[in-house]
Ligand binder design. Sequence first.
Ligand code: FES
Length: 106
Amino acid sequence: MSHKMNIIDRKGNQTTINVEEGMTIKDAIEDELSPDNYGVCGGCCACGTCHVYVKSSDFNKLENKENEEITTLESLALEPNSYSRLGCQVQFKKEYDNITITIAPD
Ligand code: FES
């Protein structure tokens, strides 16, 4: 079952992409938009390049971060804020339908 996710790219352009439940936000973004320098470690929580900002009103719909994600966000992600997530650590759920994500700077 496919759902929708709104993505704002690094140039500020918004697109809506399809995402399957269980897929990571990183994989969905890579498949549809393949931004440069995004998801470099392949989803191992080791690079911080899959960093995204979740729209503030959507942020609390997501499951909480594990410690590993917090550590990588703090140590490697560029310009993290309180709505930061690592795309490789968030598996899409149907409850997330229509959330809006901004790809962080590289
Ligand atoms: S892809 Fe490297 S931390 Fe997510």
